[in-house]
Structures are given as C-alpha cells and as structure tokens.
Design a protein around this ligand. Structure first.
Ligand SMILES: *Cc1c(COP(=O)(O)O)cnc(C)c1O
Length: 427
C-alpha cells in the first residue's frame, strides 16, 4: 500500500536533524520542538498535512506571538491587556530582581531579615495614615486575608448593596465563605442604614466588611453607611476600596482612597496594586498595627504571599514620581490632539484625526469619561494592526477603527507610526 499515509510520515529524528530547525533548537527546549514535530506527524498520518510541510509547520509553531501591545482602546486599565502598564522605574526593578536579590537578607548585617521591608516602608511613606502594611498576591487575596484573620469562623456583616460580582463570574461573597466565615447580609439592595448593621451585631460578629461597588453606580433612592459611622459600632471594620487609589485624586471625585478610609477609622483597608495604583498584580492591606500584624501571622498569609518580582515592581511603583496610569488619566486633550496630528502627518492614506472618549477601565470609576483625541482609519486595518509586533489594539466605532492616543505611551508614538505604515496601504 504505497499510498498509505503512514509510510510517508517523516521520522522524528530526521525532522529534528533538518538544518532548517537548528535555530529553533538553539532557542526552544528540545522536548517542546519534539512535541510540535509529533503533532505535525499526526496530521500527516490523518492526511491533512503534506509530509513535506512538517518542518515549515514546526517553524510556524516556533514563531513567537507578540507579547507587546500598544493599547489604542482608550481603556486606561485594560484587564485583557494585563491591567496597568508599568512605570520605567518598575521595569528596571524587575530586571534587577530577576537575578539574586536581597529579598530576605539585611545586607548591612549579613543576617536574615524581614521579607521585602522596602515595600512596607514605601507604602507607609505614601499613606501616612497607616500604621502597618502587608502585600499579597492580588486584591481578592487581600480581602480574603483581612476578613479571615479578623473574623475567623465568625460572622462577617455586609450590606446587600455591596455583595458585588467583580468580573468573570467572580463573586466576592462566595470567596469570603470559603474559609468558614459566615456572611450576614444587612439592608436592601438600594438602602442600608446604620440600624441595619447594629441589629445584626452579636457575640458571633467577627467584623464588618464595606466593599466599594467599583464597577457600577446606583442612583436614585439609595443610602449607604459611611466608614466613620460604621466604626462607632465598635467591631473591626474592613474596607475594600478596590482600585488602589492611595490618596484622593481630583480627576476621580467619587473614587474612595485608602487614606480617607483610614482617617474615617477603618481597621484595615484593602486594594489592588495594578488598577489605579499603576503597579504589578498585587493586593495591599493597610491599617492599624494590631489587625495588620494579625493578618501577617495568619497561616493563609503564607499561601497568598507574592513573589520577588511583584514585590520589586510594587516598591519601585510606589517610589516613582508618577505612573503611566496617572499620566494617561491626566493627559491634556489638546496635547493628545497635537500628537494625533503629528502622527497623521507622517502617514499616507486614509488616516484622520478624530475626537474620542477614554475610560478608566479595570472595573473602576464607571462614570468617568475623558474627552480624548486619536486616529481614525479603515476598519480593515484592525486585524493587520493586531498581528504586528508590537500589536496595536484599536476600538471599532461605526465602521472606522479608532486609536485613542490617551492610552498610547508617548514613547510608543514612533512604533505606532511604523505599525500604521505597515497596516494602512498608501493612496
Ligand atoms: C478589583 C476589585 C477586587 C479584586 O481585586 P483583584 O486585584 O482583581 O484581585 C476586589 N474588590 C473590589 C472592590 C475591586 O474593585
């Protein structure tokens, strides 16, 4: 049976010895290349791949997809693009920490020291209202650790207006009950009063949790209890502010900040490191020394602790004068328009300057809309822009592809011009 495809399958060692694959074998683990060869052989066996195309198929699998994206969507903290783009200071810190780094060593004495004390110091320098701070893997872990360490297996009192789903089907209440805490819901969806909390308190109460409903806004006949009133009930109060705004920001008047919640008397405030704070994925606990020390000593803290890369990038972010997220938030519309005009002037073809609107994103500040400027081009350019290196992600508006310059780092304007030249035919 000379036509049986099994006789045509090139042998694995022959393929691996093909000189065209020598570059791939120098940069990719041999087992991975072998896996790609086997997959291609399988396709030859089933008759869907030409035996002569095996090497090319392997080379194609070895072509890396771009890990760099220019964000032209106008969504500042874009969840699908890894949330906050890091400051240059944080990128350099990642590079340094990638090797050996004194993570738990005091270089002055040569003895073992506390893990990454610089991050705690930086947090306390930025938020003077906090007595102590702790960093964990993400914002959800911070809420979990704060509530579990304060409430143990006892009651966590939460308003029904704050039982939120933070995205991707992930519900905060379900997370909290995984460690044995019992949720006691008070109030109604739209209104919760101080009396509702007071009536729910008992000797079984572990803490009150106040959650910022970050990704939606309620208006009309609504009421919620501010932190400074909750603390009068004399049980520990945990406030999850979500976004990582450490101190108030004029562009975000309705966004709660860590300093404000602590001044109001919260025992622990929790937030993310990679939303408005503009750093790497991380969760932060800030608060009074007793409750934070309790969280640090809780067995869960070990399971939730971040790695050296996150700690290094977070410390550098906290010390940096500003972050890309803040620069994007405050960028001036006229400056953005000038950048758009400068870019359009360098391009042939149908690229026009346009007005557009940016948002904060990351499930935060849903009511904030920022007037912005960018470039509009033919919708057909979008897939070509996405397949470049760096990839460019735009937004589709009517039948045009729009690149909002607010979320493009000015340093990337040159790369954007090159990507547009490649994707937009002249004429
Ligand atoms: C985003 C968010 C979280 C979860 O934080 P992650 O860093 O995504 O784990 C928790 N609570 C609120 C209010 C949030 O906005």
């Amino acid at each position: 049976m000379p036509d049986d495809p099994r006789h045509l399958v090139p042998r694995t060692d022959r393929v691996l010895d093909d000189p065209r694959l020598s570059g791939t074998l120098a940069t990719v683990h041999r087992d991975v290349v072998r896996h790609w060869v086997r997959r291609a052989q399988e396709r030859v066996r089933t008759g869907v791949l030409d035996p002569d195309a095996v090497v090319e198929t392997v080379l194609d699998a070895a072509t890396p997809r771009s890990a760099r994206v220019i964000n032209g969507t106008g969504v500042i903290v874009h969840t699908n693009l890894g949330r906050a783009p890091l400051a240059d200071e944080a990128r350099r810190a990642l590079e340094d920490a990638a090797g050996c780094t004194p993570l738990e060593l005091d270089l002055a004495t040569g003895r073992r020291g506390r893990r990454a004390p610089g991050v705690t110091k930086a947090l306390l320098a930025r938020v003077g209202e906090a007595e102590d701070a702790l960093v964990v893997g993400n914002g959800a872990a911070a809420v979990l650790l704060a509530v579990t360490s304060l409430a143990g297996g006892r009651d966590v009192v939460v308003s029904r207006g704050e039982l939120v789903e933070i995205g991707d089907g992930f519900r905060l209440p379900e997370l909290l009950t995984t460690t044995g805490a019992r949720l006691v819901e008070v109030g109604t969806t739209n209104r919760t009063r101080i009396e509702d909390y007071a009536e729910a308190l008992s000797p079984h109460t572990g803490c009150i949790l106040k959650v910022h409903p970050a990704n939606f806004r309620m208006s009309g006949f609504t009421a919620s209890v501010p932190v400074h009133e909750l603390v009068r009930l004399e049980v520990p109060v945990v406030v999850d502010i979500g976004s990582g705004l450490l101190t108030p920001h004029p562009a975000l008047p309705d966004e709660p900040d860590a300093a404000g919640a602590l001044t109001a008397g919260a025992d622990i405030v929790t937030c993310s490191g990679d939303k408005l704070l503009g750093g790497p994925q991380a969760g932060i606990l800030l608060g009074r020394s007793g409750p934070v020390a309790r969280a640090r000593r809780h067995p869960l803290a070990r399971a939730l602790r971040p790695g050296k890369l996150s700690l290094a990038a977070l410390e550098a972010t906290l010390l940096a004068p500003t972050t890309p997220v803040l620069s994007m938030l405050t960028a001036d519309e006229d400056d953005l328009r000038r950048r758009a005009e400068h870019i359009a002037a360098q391009l042939p073809g149908d690229v026009t300057v346009t007005s557009c609107e940016s948002v904060v994103g990351g499930g935060g500040a849903p009511e904030v809309v920022l007037a912005s400027a960018g470039l509009a081009l033919r919708a057909e350019a979008a897939p070509r822009l996405r397949s470049g290196d760096p990839a460019v992600l735009a937004r589709t508006r009517e039948d045009r592809c729009v690149i909002d310059l607010r979320t493009v780092r000015p340093d990337d304007d040159g790369a954007l011009v090159r990507a547009l030249r490649a994707a937009v035919p002249a004429g």
